[in-house]
Design a protein around this ligand. Sequence first.
Ligand code: SF4
Length: 296
Amino acid sequence: MTRTLDPELRRALAARIRYYNELGIYDLYRQPVSQSAGAPLAASVAEIQTEREFGDEMSPRKSVALRTPAAVEESALEILASKPEHGISDPAKALQIIREDLGDCTRCPLHKQGREQIVFGVGDPEADLMFVGEGPGADEDEQGKPFVGRAGQLLNNMIKAMGITREQVYIANIVKCRPPGNRTPEREECETCSPFLMRQIAVVKPKVIVALGATAAKTLLAMNSSMAQLRGRFYDFKPAGVRSDDPNWTACKLAVTYHPAFLLRDPRQKGEAWKDLQMVMKELGLKPPATGVRVQ
Ligand code: SF4
């Protein structure tokens, strides 16, 4: 049975797993302890131990045992479990498996706040470039595809101006269900939904991710900075809690730009967004089309 994990404990566990991932440790298993021990999960997370002491040289196959109470919530274990798409060489099939794993998701409150359908993601399962937005709006909720409304039209123009087509990129959002009234998704909703996005990223293995807007940037980078601070540079990005099957792909670059919906509200910022996209084009060796397409 799926239960809701206290957000603070989930954050602590996710941060610890991200730390192990950065050390190159991915294989995690659960070491049961008796419930009578009664240790709170926070203490157990702090007790995560490697098979060897930190001072020892790490063995090539790295793994950790998590000493968790027997009553630990299923949602926490979702982070730790081996993912069903592992070992699937066809990325389209692997994405389909992630979609099936998501199911008729009720993991966060957005499932009961008026969504019509889950908006999973679209595009080339082997795209070099991936765009990540915040969440579906009314049009996306209706059609089941990300970025199909007015903001989607602008994103399409931005992609065309880069000399490529929408079909050549992969597009997804931090949350896959429409927040009511197009409100910004809550942090807990982002943290509950984004592990599925991380798995999509690990399957697509893009060279560059463009985070569209502050919510996407802050969630992916786990940073709480302003857009002015986040834009204008590349970040090394590894999807938290998952790894790719491809040993040659462990990380990609991530750039931050404005969300197209923001650019519709404040068109004066389109020039700044174009600078961000030009940085990405340079990285990917893309040239704008000869006819010239305006970001409008
Ligand atoms: S937003 Fe994500 S986690 Fe929340 S119900 Fe929808 S699919 Fe599930």
